[in-house]
Design a protein around this ligand. Structure first.
Ligand code: NAG
Length: 248
C-alpha cells in the first residue's frame, strides 16, 4: 500500500516538474518571439572603385536576452570576391569572425566563377549588444568586356539573413513567421546548430554596385595594335643589333 502511494506521489512530482519545465521553456520562447518582432538589418556600401566595403548594421530589440547568439549569412554574387588574406590581417582589429563556404579564386573573372556564402559571427563573446556593425571588405571581379559598349556593369549585393540562437528556447517550431535553419554553431564549424531565421516585415532590397567594364568592340583593334607595335619593335631592335654587330 505504502509502495503504491509512494509511486503515485513520485509520479505526480515528476509530472509536475516536467510540466513546470515545459511551461518555463514555453515562456522563454514566447518572450523570444516577442523580442524578435523589431529587429532590423540594413546594408550600405563604403569606398569607391573596385575595392568596397559592405557595412551591415543589425539593430536588435531592446533588452537582448542573455545567451543570444547572432549569425549573418551572406550570399555573394560572382561579381565580387572576399580576400581571405586581407581577412586574416583584419582579424586582430575586428571583433567579428567569418567562415567561408568554399575556397576563393582571387584571379577569376566574374563570368568564370560562381557566388559563395559566408557565415559572419558579429559577437563571438557575450553579452550581445543591441547595435552591431560589421564592415566586410569586398572587391569587384573583372567582367567580360561588353559587346554593346556599356562602360559599367552593376552587381547586386543582397542584405544578409539574420539568424539567432539561444539555449533558453529549444522549441523552435512555433516561432512563425520565422523559420528554422541549420548552420554552423561557431566559426570553427565543428558542429551544426538550429538557428531561427528572422523574417522581416519590410524587406530591404539589394544594394547595387557599379563596376567598370572593358569595351568588347575594342578587343580586336587593341590586340591588333599591340601585336603590330611589338613586331615593329622586334624588327627595329634586330636591325639595330645587326648594324652594330652585337650578335656575332
Ligand atoms: C562545415 O563542415 C562540414 C563537414 O566537415 C562541411 O561539409 C561544410 O562544407 C562546412 N561548412 C563550411 C561553411 O565551411
Amino acid at each position: 500500500m505504502y509502495f503504491i502511494l509512494l509511486s503515485v506521489l513520485t509520479c505526480l512530482a515528476t509530472c509536475h516538474c516536467l510540466i513546470e519545465k515545459d511551461e518555463k521553456n514555453e515562456n522563454h520562447c514566447g518572450l523570444l518571439k516577442q523580442w524578435l518582432e523589431s529587429t532590423s538589418v540594413s546594408v550600405e556600401i563604403g569606398k569607391k572603385g573596385f575595392h568596397r566595403e559592405v557595412i551591415t548594421t543589425v539593430e536588435l530589440s531592446p533588452g537582448v536576452p542573455t545567451g543570444v547568439r547572432v549569425l549573418l549569412v551572406y550570399r555573394w554574387p560572382s561579381g565580387v570576391y572576399i580576400d581571405p588574406y586581407q581577412l586574416a590581417s583584419l582579424r586582430d582589429q575586428s571583433d567579428w569572425q567569418i567562415l567561408l563556404d568554399s575556397a576563393i579564386d582571387l584571379e577569376a573573372p566574374a563570368h568564370k566563377t560562381s557566388g559563395f556564402v559566408t557565415f559572419v559571427y558579429p559577437t563571438p563573446d557575450e553579452p550581445t549588444p543591441r547595435l552591431l556593425k560589421v564592415a566586410i571588405p569586398i572587391h569587384g571581379r573583372y567582367h567580360e568586356p561588353s559587346s554593346v559598349g556599356k562602360k559599367y556593369t552593376s552587381v547586386d549585393i543582397q542584405p544578409p539573413e539574420l539568424l539567432l540562437r539561444t539555449e533558453k528556447c529549444m522549441q523552435l517550431d512555433n516561432l512563425e513567421p520565422h523559420t528554422v535553419m541549420d548552420a554552423p554553431c561557431t566559426v570553427h564549424n565543428s558542429s551544426m546548430c538550429a538557428w531561427v531565421k528572422i523574417q522581416h516585415q519590410q524587406e530591404y532590397g539589394p544594394v547595387s554596385l557599379q563596376f567598370p567594364v572593358g569595351d568588347g568592340s575594342l578587343v580586336i583593334p587593341v590586340c591588333g595594335g599591340t601585336l603590330l607595335v611589338t613586331m615593329i619593335c622586334c624588327v627595329a631592335l634586330s636591325k639595330y643589333m645587326w648594324k652594330h654587330q652585337i650578335i656575332k
